[in-house]
Design a protein around this ligand. Structure first.
Ligand code: DC
Length: 235
């Protein structure tokens, strides 16, 4: 029996990968991996433990031993309730600081290695939608569909601003733009698994596209590939 199919959705912060992933999950019934949440949880737990985020050995141990649960939610803008060591951290890991911390620990090769097996474990029948930075280039190189979703930094900052405002978080648009640009730079220039489209990825720039148009463009690609080949959920 071959491995369940994977749809890889990569791209920079705020490009709309989360919304696309949820939309595809509804249409396909596939499982979901939010790999960014694992990096966010690692940074968050390391801070709780009072660690230096650049202490690769200590942070990798945190990543390897993360006690985390994703519980599906029926309502709200987050599809999962996230529990870290038994405590709800769903919103706490979504702050801009948690994103910056995630990007810092994500640059450590030992942390990436520690989270590798955990990400592979999400690959279960009937299939997986994997959202991240290196899903198509490193973690699921054999993904059947690879999408690289991007948008200008200004538009992504504006979307993030609206998301955080909706959660009643106190944020400034200018600060978010600066943070997004710094995060892009760090995620794209790191030595291990840098943010870049896989050679066989379909690149979609969502700047100026309504969300529905993005969903449809991606669904057209997914539908053509996934449902025109035999999937491997047959016994
Ligand atoms: O998708 P996100 O904003 O939740 O991700 C937070 C950070 O985690 C992002 O700045 C880079 C890092 N990340 C990564 O390096 N590799 C992934 N597959 C997912 C996220």
């Amino acid at each position: 029996m071959t491995d369940p199919v994977v749809i890889a959705i990569d791209g920079p912060s705020g490009a709309g990968k989360g919304a696309v992933t949820q939309h595809l999950a509804q249409r396909t019934g596939f499982h979901v991996l939010d790999s960014g949440a694992l990096y966010r949880l690692t940074g968050f737990a390391a801070r709780l433990d009072g660690l230096e985020l650049t202490d690769a050995a200590a942070v990798a141990t945190v990543a390897r031993t993360l006690d985390v649960h994703f519980l599906p939610r029926q309502a709200g803008d987050e599809p999962f309730e996230v529990l870290l060591r038994g405590a709800v951290v769903t919103d706490a890991i979504r702050t801009d600081q948690a994103g910056v911390d995630a990007s810092t620990v994500a640059a450590l090769p030992r942390v990436r290695a520690a989270l590798g097996d955990r990400q592979q474990a999400f690959r279960q029948a009937p299939g997986l939608i994997a959202d991240g930075r290196d899903m198509g280039t490193v973690v699921f190189k054999d993904a059947l569909v690879k999408i690289f979703l991007t948008a200008s930094a200004e538009i992504r900052a504006e979307r993030r601003y609206n998301q955080l405002k909706n959660k009643d978080m106190d944020v400034s648009l200018a600060a978010l733009l600066e943070s997004i640009q710094a995060r892009d730079e760090r995620d794209s220039s790191r030595a291990v698994a840098p943010l870049k489209p896989a050679e066989d990825a379909v690149v979609i720039d969502s700047s100026g596209m309504p969300l529905e148009a993005v969903h449809e463009a991606i669904w057209t690609v997914v539908n053509k590939v996934i449902y025109s080949v035999p999937t491997n959920n047959a016994e």
